[in-house]
Design a protein around this ligand. Structure first.
Ligand SMILES: *[C@@H]1O[C@H](CO)[C@@H](O)[C@H](O)[C@H]1NC(C)=O
Ligand SMILES: *[C@@H]1O[C@H](CO)[C@@H](O)[C@H](O)[C@H]1NC(C)=O
Ligand SMILES: *[C@@H]1O[C@H](CO)[C@@H](O)[C@H](O)[C@H]1NC(C)=O
Length: 366
């Protein structure tokens, strides 16, 4: 009795562990995407099995109605109910599905793509899901410094503004020695296209160089304003200052261009690597196809050889039979010929006998 129970337990244990053998795994860390670029959201079944016949659903799990990002079902993409904001920007590599890889490619990343995604893989008998957190990094516009007037003691009111950052950037004012100056007023706004920051400060004439610097991790944009200690007419000064700001914005723009170029180079390399990998797998597939074709041809050859040898055997047999028949016919004809000869001899003998008899009769008669 104990043994039966034990066996039963072991069987239950085995079936349990079999259904839990496969798991869906996502990345261990949040995926960081750069706004405007493409990003891969990793998700796969481990140990790897083909999910071609399964259902793969990508959704935003941090949204109330769990917005549909991408759906693969019955061997194809079914995106009629896909959220408007993801239209035409998602791609599931159907070839990779054979290897249990259901990673999603999201193109032209936007700040609003930031959040939590769910990768759900289902078959009739099994289902599991993984979570992928996506952080979007957006580099905003170069900061713009505006002069907002003077106060009685000769202080200069400055404002610095920059927008389109994600996450929230760090803005600081620096004097000509590089020391940080504290802002008097700070504003921060969050829009769908990122954070907008605006800081104000009042500086004295002795600070002849003021920097406004906006930083986010390793990205940094900076604008500089030059002030003069000579007491100009305030209006004239305003015009000079505005000109300088315009030039500096261009300089910042150049810095941005360098960053964008670096970034583009990196992406080009990434794309090159991806392209090489795809090419490699294409070649592998081609090799397998050629091998299969070769095997098919070998089989065909073997089949043809067999057919040929059978044909040869049959033909040989037929020829032998025909020869036998001809030989028999020859023997038959010979025999007939012999028979005719005998007949002829017999008739000759009879005739001779008759002639002999006739001669005898004539002799008697004489
Ligand atoms: C989510 O649902 C909650 C309550 O169910 C509601 O208060 C909130 O406004 C909803 N948020 C969105 C973004 O729809
Ligand atoms: C889209 O949603 C509708 C209504 O919920 C549903 O009837 C339909 O089957 C869905 N289409 C797909 C392709 O899932
Ligand atoms: C997702 O997986 C978790 C456990 O990993 C489970 O509790 C949850 O029910 C799953 N959700 C769906 C929709 O399958």
């Amino acid at each position: 009795m104990k043994l039966i129970f034990l066996t039963l337990l072991v069987i239950i244990g085995i079936t349990d562990s079999r259904s839990e053998q496969y798991v869906v795994v996502g990345p261990a860390d949040p995926v960081i995407a750069l706004a405007g670029e493409d990003v891969i959201l990793p998700c796969s079944v481990k140990p790897s099995i083909s999910v071609v016949d399964m259902r793969v659903e990508w959704s935003r799990s941090d949204r109330n109605d769990s917005e549909l990002v991408h759906l693969y079902e019955d061997h194809d993409d079914r995106n009629t109910n896909q959220s408007q904001s993801y239209r035409g920007r998602t791609k599931l590599n159907h070839e990779e599905l054979q290897r249990g890889d259901a990673s999603l490619k999201l193109s032209s990343v936007q700040v609003s793509d930031e959040g939590r995604y769910k990768c759900l893989i289902q078959s009739e008998s099994w289902s599991d899901n993984a979570t992928v957190d996506v952080s979007v990094e957006a580099v905003g516009s170069p900061p713009v410094i505006t002069v907002d007037g003077f106060d009685q003691s000769g202080g200069l009111h400055l404002q610095c503004e920059s927008e389109g950052w994600n996450p929230e950037p760090f803005l600081e004012w620096l004097n000509s020695e590089g020391a940080s100056l504290s802002s008097e007023k700070t504003e921060m706004q969050r829009n769908t296209d990122g954070f907008r920051v605006k800081h104000s400060i009042t500086v004295q004439h002795r600070d002849d160089k003021i920097h406004c610097r906006v930083r986010l991790r390793h990205h940094m944009l900076e604008t500089l304003i030059l002030t003069s200690s000579k007491s100009f007419n305030p209006w004239r000064k305003l015009i000079i200052l505005s000109t300088i700001v315009a030039v500096l914005v261009v300089i910042s723009g150049i810095l941005l261009a360098v960053f964008v170029r670096k970034n583009r180079e990196y992406n080009t390399r990434q794309n090159e690597y991806r392209r090489k990998k795809e090419e490699h797998s294409k070649l592998q597939k081609e090799k397998v196809r050629i091998q299969q074709e070769h095997e098919k041809l070998q089989e065909e050859k073997k089949r043809k050889q067999q057919e040929y040898s059978e044909l040869l055997q049959n033909e040989n047999q037929r020829i032998k039979q025909e020869r036998d028949t001809i030989l028999e016919e020859k023997v038959r004809i010979q025999r007939e010929h012999e028979k005719r000869e005998e007949e002829k001899n017999r008739i000759q003998q009879e005739r001779d006998q008759l002639l002999e008899e006739k001669r005898k009769q004539q002799g008697e008669f004489i």
